[in-house]
Design a protein around this ligand. Structure first.
Ligand code: FNR
Length: 184
């Protein structure tokens, strides 16, 4: 069966290395995963003032999460946590209270940074948020990728054989996890 995976990239930077990683992961994913990005860049700042009347971008974001069988978070670490843009998107998807789009939605968490710890602390913070939102997560393998210039080509090919194999194995484990945990 096909599994619909929504990719949430925790960076809106035009040259985002996490966007590059996401592109590479799509290429390395097994055929049963249909992967599409759920964009976050058009979301306004969340406030519960808008709970009764969601702006169209937030409605579309929430619907895309609801429509996905699973989510793959690909995020940088900013100041040892998750970027504000990602937290903002998650806050939108979680509200109004009792109407979260995230509950029981299986997810993977990966990330790339230029630093040697490869987003480990950022991912730990994200997992804490996802735990609260009742999101089952693939726990192993972990992907803490230290990005080096040229690691991915323009079209998302990985130029390092060891990294490519590691990421392919991750996507295979993720596909198994989605198949085991998706709703219905
Ligand atoms: C960073 N960077 C960074 N790297 C890291 O390993 N740990 C960190 O805590 C931070 N903090 C941080 C804060 C801010 C505001 C910026 C802009 C950057 C560096 C980061 O890894 C690098 O900029 C990546 O390119 C970010 O990923 P994206 O946005 O390119 O996908």
């Amino acid at each position: 069966a096909q599994h619909k995976v929504g990719i949430i990239i925790g960076s809106i930077a035009s040259a985002s290395i996490n966007r590059q990683l996401a592109k590479a992961l799509v290429k390395l994913a097994p055929a049963e995963l249909a992967m599409t990005e759920i964009p976050i860049k058009d979301l306004p700042f969340y406030s519960y003032d808008m709970d009764a009347n969601f702006p169209p971008a937030a409605t579309a974001f929430k619907q895309a999460i609801a429509d996905a069988d699973a989510l793959l978070f690909v995020t940088p670490e900013y100041n040892r946590s998750i970027p504000g843009v990602l937290k903002n998107a998650i806050d939108w998807g979680s509200r109004p209270y009792g109407k979260s789009a995230f509950a029981r939605k299986p997810a993977g968490v990966v990330g790339a940074s230029v630093g040697a710890i490869g987003t480990a602390l950022g991912q730990a913070h994200l997992r804490g948020v996802l735990n609260y939102l009742d999101v089952p997560q693939l726990l192993q393998p972990e992907v803490y990728l230290q990005f080096k210039k040229g690691l991915f080509t323009e079209d998302g090919a990985c130029t390092d054989a060891g990294t490519e194999e590691f990421l392919r194995k991750y996507m295979s484990a993720f596909a198994d996890f989605v198949a085991a945990h998706k709703a219905g």
